[in-house]
Design a protein around this ligand. Structure first.
Ligand code: LLP
Length: 441
């Protein structure tokens, strides 16, 4: 367990989060349920914000990358913590707007934004749009012309940094569907193109080198490359950046192969990054750019746990023991997608010694529907409450109704209080958009 302020084991030997006994949460709200620790989320937002305030004179903004977990409540928290957000779809933008989030502090991403999404972004007066293709630059410029407005944009560039993480979440290699590569000249070409568009106001560059990264040097390398490039462009084209968005990607603890970082250790990544940026702008005599970072996973990942009820247990002698839970790949597809590792425990027997290694299976009709493989656990029995830790990022946001299972509800816990932030689905939700044409009746 990654010991932190509100995740602990209480005197009953139960897991506790946000001052609430996890077993009581499971009884009250049912399982499976996503549980989010509000204090942890706020601490992480503040940790990053404080570094920008203290080490960069407040000349920047933390953007919560809401693809990690998007619902109205999280935008309200981000707003209360005076940070911005990044959105990657009309749906995320709509959710933020519905939560009353100030749209000038929204950055819009996406490698293939729909025309309707760009129109919606303009209608909402989204602060900055990160341009990721010629097509997008054309469409955006045309839409702005029609509306007689100018839109602030960044260009997503690909500095060619390979971060040490799972191959599927590397995004800044030369072979990437995202951004414009510095090395082959395509970044320079798109800059010229965007500068020629009368209704687009180029503010600077965005880059994102991957996710679940622990090597601080990857971020330093990326910043150095982007600023070397920015200086080159200034010399060649006379364009100087006023904004630099270094993306997200700071890693979190999932199991004991990962370092256990405190909010201040995460903040240290940003300190290192800022130190590198300051050196580079001095070296190249660039004006200090407004700095943006986009952490998603590190803000909500460790803040979330998922609670399940143990159902069937199948022991295949000498081969494997499966402990099945009432969730599965429909609410946490990360093992199925990336063979991601998690720490699993029995919330109702949290002090008991782990005596066996088991695989945690879901309830979907497919063999690959696993949550964790070969994880230590006490001898689990039907009715036990299982907790999977660090599920706050990319679990709910990647959930589906596969097999027409319900996407679980989410609750927010704080100081002994628990509230729904996403209500449970019902069978009616499952068939809500189904239509039976007359000829089938
Ligand atoms: N900014 C951009 C442009 C991004 O593409 C991402 C993540 C972030 C920020 C936030 O990165 P973070 O701080 O969360 O690492 N589904 C995968 C992760 C995909 C990340 C995609 N982009 C997973 O479950 O591991």
């Amino acid at each position: 367990m990654n010991e932190r302020a509100t995740l602990k084991i209480n005197e009953k030997g139960h897991l506790e989060i946000g001052g609430m006994d996890a077993v009581e949460i499971a009884e009250k709200f049912g399982t499976p349920v996503y549980v989010f620790d509000e204090a942890h989320i706020r601490n992480m937002m503040r940790a990053y914000r404080d570094v920008i305030d203290n080490d960069y004179d407040g000349f920047g903004l933390v953007l919560y990358a809401s693809k990690a977990f998007s619902c109205k409540a999280i935008y309200s928290i981000a707003n209360q913590e005076s940070i911005g957000v990044d959105v990657v779809s009309g749906g995320e933008l709509y959710t933020a707007v519905k939560a009353g989030f100030p749209t000038e502090k929204i950055y819009m991403h996406g490698n293939n934004k729909l025309v309707s999404e760009l129109e919606f972004a303009l209608d909402c007066k989204v602060g900055t749009i990160v341009v990721d293709s010629y097509r997008e630059a054309d469409i955006l410029d045309k839409l702005c012309k029609e509306r007689n407005l100018k839109q602030n944009v960044l260009i997503r560039i690909n500095p060619g940094v390979e971060a040490h993480t799972h191959a599927f979440v590397q995004t800044a290699r030369t072979d990437s569907k995202f951004g414009f590569s510095v090395s082959d000249g395509s970044a320079e070409d798109i800059i010229k193109y965007v500068l020629s568009k009368k209704n687009l106001v180029l503010e600077g560059y965005h880059c994102h080198i991957g996710s679940q990264i622990f090597e601080k040097q990857s971020f330093v390398l990326a910043a150095n490359k982007v600023l070397d490039f920015a200086s080159d462009i200034k010399n060649k084209l006379g364009f100087e950046l006023t904004k630099l968005n270094m993306g997200g990607g700071f890693g979190i603890w999932y199991n004991d192969e990962d370092p256990k970082l405190k909010p201040e250790d995460h903040a240290d990544y940003l300190k290192t990054l800022i130190a590198a940026i300051k050196n580079k702008i001095k070296e190249h005599n660039l004006k200090k750019p407004y700095l943006l970072i986009e952490p998603g996973r590190s803000i909500v990942g460790e803040a979330g746990i998922t609670l399940y009820s143990v159902g069937a247990v199948k022991d295949i002698a000498g081969i494997k023991k499966y402990v099945a839970v009432d969730g599965g790949m429909f609410e946490n597809p990360r093992y199925a997608l990336y063979q991601s590792k998690y720490t699993v425990m029995l919330a109702n027997r949290a002090t008991e010694e782990c005596t066996e290694k088991v695989s945690v299976a879901g309830k979907c009709c497919e063999s690959g529907d696993l949550i964790a493989v070969d994880v230590p656990l006490p001898k689990a029995e039907s009715g036990d409450i299982m907790a999977v830790l660090s599920t706050g990022a990319y679990n709910y946001s990647m959930a589906s109704n596969y097999n027409r299972n319900f996407i679980p509800p989410a609750i927010l816990v704080e100081n002994g209080k628990a509230d729904y932030i996403i209500k449970p689905q019902t069978f009616e939700d499952i068939v809500r958009n189904d239509v039976t044409p007359d000829r089938l009746k």
